[in-house]
Design a protein around this ligand. Structure first.
Ligand code: NAD
Length: 476
């Protein structure tokens, strides 16, 4: 495979994947599980090499890179242990008690296409591939062009763990050619990236009538309640806003703080932001790395400049840091951002957050929900207060006294977006079952559902009506 796959090479990758899949489908789930558990260990054992590679490709901090190591291992372990239970034939209630016995089987979709972004190159290469493979599918993955090497190394480790050589294919290259070739041929499409691209791919998947799920952008709110501990909330906010240099779909870009503690919180948040250690290199003591590319730096700069030109104030940051490297940008806290500034409603995907003071928790909830996005939210305060607020938020995950990690790492629970933030879910049981087709098989005994031979249609209808009335009472 060349560095950029041609359309013909993508087609060949599908042929090979399909061929390997037909045998893999017959491989017992217990054997598939052993491969994923071996992969779990290999990722942890090779972590230094993987951390270096992820950092070299993305410029992120070492601790942000380590989040990916943890995530790959947790995903392999979780679905490795869970797959057999999810995939085994299950009983369902039959149409008529005793007379109909019904079971549900699960079969793989075939070849799952995965199109991934650059921000978490190991996580995004593996977190969807692992459940898809365990479900008996082959996978053709297109990583982002900026982060191909991490994906290729992860695949080498999967093969070292025992994955059949042709079962998962990586086809590097641009979205417009390689991505489109995958969309045209896959049996299910999993996409992570921008809402704009997600919209195009959803329409194409609809046209082909194939399954589709997508995790897209976010403009994630944090609510700091009147009863929050200021120091804890300010520390949490720093992590929630600036992890992975803010290039994280679930990171916080909007903070709504109750007026009772607004001054104390904002002052401490600014101080802690200014104390972040920013820079290049593999050193564990650095907190924040650089942005992915010059193009992205220009986009982030332009959005912040636009906000400043519209009257916003930068409490800290608001400019690039060329002395540290060509794509470093200072962690930025903005206040007084008017609603007509472009970043007020649109995702920055960088180390930039707006802080707004609100006079009540109800107003905080209204502002948080006044967004086209609905991916993640965070609430800080006493659990009783925060819990009530959490249930009113229109988004897929809400973290209480955490920024984003508590829900993401709760892999047994669904993860995904409302509104423009996504379609379908990853994680939880559906994160594996969506890569299967169900087959319902029902055995009918003694009496056909259309009525016994020799009984008039009318008498049968009366008997069934009486049975239905009794069933409603009995089968609760
Ligand atoms: P993007 O949509 O431009 O690209 C994502 C992937 O899609 C890349 O591999 C790209 O090559 C491919 N692609 C682009 N156009 C395509 C097309 N027409 N056909 C097929 N493939 C195509 O996104 P990006 O700017 O690289 O990534 C940042 C965005 O991703 C942000 O909006 C961010 O919020 C989102 N994101 C979401 C999650 C999540 O889990 N919700 C995770 C990471 C990133």
């Amino acid at each position: 495979m060349s560095v950029t796959a041609t359309t013909a090479e993508v087609h060949t990758a599908f042929l090979r994947a399909r061929h390997a899949q037909s045998e893999w489908e017959r491989t017992p789930v217990s054997a598939r599980r052993e491969i994923m558990l071996a992969f779990h260990d290999l990722v942890l054992d090779h972590q230094v090499e993987l951390l270096d590679l992820i950092q070299d490709e993305t410029g992120k901090s070492r601790s942000s890179a380590f989040d990916e190591i943890m995530d790959a291992a947790i995903t392999a372990r979780h679905y490795g242990y869970r797959a057999a239970r999810l995939l085994r034939t299950s009983k369902a209630k039959g149409a008529l008690p005793l007379m109909t016995s019904t079971v549900v089987e699960r079969s793989p979709k075939g070849v799952v296409g995965i199109i991934a972004p650059w921000n978490y190159p190991l996580t995004m290469a593996m977190s969807d591939a692992i459940p898809a493979l365990l479900a008996g599918n082959a996978v053709v993955l297109k990583p982002d062009e900026k982060t191909t090497r991490t994906a290729l190394r992860a695949l080498e480790l999967l093969k070292l763990a025992g994955l059949p050589p042709e079962l998962m294919q990586i086809t590097p290259g641009p979205g417009e050619s390689v991505g489109q070739a995958i969309v045209a041929e896959c049996d299910y499409l999993m996409f992570t990236g921008s809402s704009a691209t997600g919209r195009i791919l959803a329409a194409q998947a609809g046209e082909r009538l194939i399954g589709f799920s997508a995790e897209l952008g976010g403009k994630n709110p944090m609510i700091v309640c009147a009863d929050a501990d200021v120091e804890t909330a300010a520390r949490g906010a720093v992590n929630a806003c600036f992890s992975n240099t803010g290039q994280l779909c679930i990171s916080i870009e909007r903070i709504f703080v109750h007026e009772d503690i607004a001054e104390a919180f904002t002052t401490r948040f600014r101080e802690l932001t200014q104390s972040l250690r920013i820079g290049p290199g593999h050193d564990w003591t650095l907190d924040v790395g650089c942005l992915i590319s010059q193009e992205h730096l220009e986009r982030v700069s332009a959005l912040v400049d636009d906000a400043l030109n519209h009257g916003a104030r930068a409490l800290t940051g608001g400019h690039p840091l060329p002395e540290l490297g060509p794509t470093f940008y200072a962690p930025t806290v903005l206040v007084d951002v008017p609603t007509d500034a472009e970043l007020y409603a649109n995702e920055v995907f960088g180390p930039v957050v707006t802080v707004e003071t609100v006079s009540s928790h109800d107003i905080a909830v209204q502002r948080a929900n006044a967004s086209a996005y609905g991916l993640n939210a965070s609430v800080w305060g006493k659990v009783l207060t925060a819990r009530k607020i959490a249930s009113q938020l229109e988004c897929g995950t809400v973290n209480i006294n955490e920024g984003f990690a508590a829900t993401w790492a709760s892999i047994d629970a669904p993860m995904g977006g409302w509104k423009d933030s996504g379609v379908g879910r990853r994680h939880a049981d559906d994160g594996l079952l969506k890569y299967t087709e169900s087959r319902t098989i029902a055995v009918q005994r003694w009496v056909p559902l259309s009525g016994p031979h020799g009984v008039s249609k009318q008498s049968y209808a009366q008997a069934v009506s009486t049975a239905l009335k009794w069933s409603k009472r009995i089968l609760r």
